[in-house]
Unconditional design. Structure first.
Length: 169
């Protein structure tokens, strides 16, 4: 086992921790607080670092649990995700840019309508690029349950998207 350093191993995880916390709480300030609390809790457990298989999974688990606890307390699970910063689109015409922007907003809305567990799994798999095993460790679920939840979440998004696209036809 190698020596784990807070500065080199844990601190660089702050962006991933923020994205996960934000996806669960849907509140930027709350997500920042969760990252701070996660880093503090990880530091408090520094004597145990050498016994932990994956320090990243350990930190993501702490952040996820804190975010779930806070989001339940604040009852913010049904608040829409509001993008703090609009991405610049590389479409060729203003119409293409508008279409792309509307499509992105629709997908964000559909993801936000998912239950918390499915939202978290989509965040970890499709955005963070985590493996099924890593997600299973973070979420404390069997690997097969992660796959089932991810499949159902994607199907639900696809079904709702098609309903919206085909409305009126």
């Amino acid at each position: 086992m190698r020596e784990i350093s807070f500065k080199n191993d844990i601190l660089p995880l702050k962006d991933k921790l923020y994205r996960l916390a934000f996806r669960i709480t849907l509140d930027s300030a709350e997500a920042e607080d969760i990252v701070q609390d996660t880093l503090m809790r990880a530091w408090e457990k520094r004597e145990e670092w050498n016994r932990i298989d994956s320090i990243e999974a350990f930190c993501l688990t702490i952040a996820r649990n804190l975010a779930i606890d806070r989001s339940r307390k604040m009852e913010t699970q049904n608040v829409e995700l509001i993008s703090e910063r609009e991405e610049q689109l590389d479409a060729s015409t203003p119409y293409d840019q508008l279409t792309e922007n509307e499509l992105l907003k629709l997908v964000h809305r559909l993801v936000n309508e998912l239950p918390e567990k499915q939202r978290s799994i989509i965040q970890l798999r499709d955005i963070e690029g985590k493996s099924y095993k890593e997600i299973a460790d973070i979420m404390q679920l069997p690997e097969e349950q992660v796959k089932v939840n991810l499949f159902r979440a994607r199907q639900k998004i696809k079904q709702k998207y098609l309903e919206i696209e085909n409305y009126g036809l």
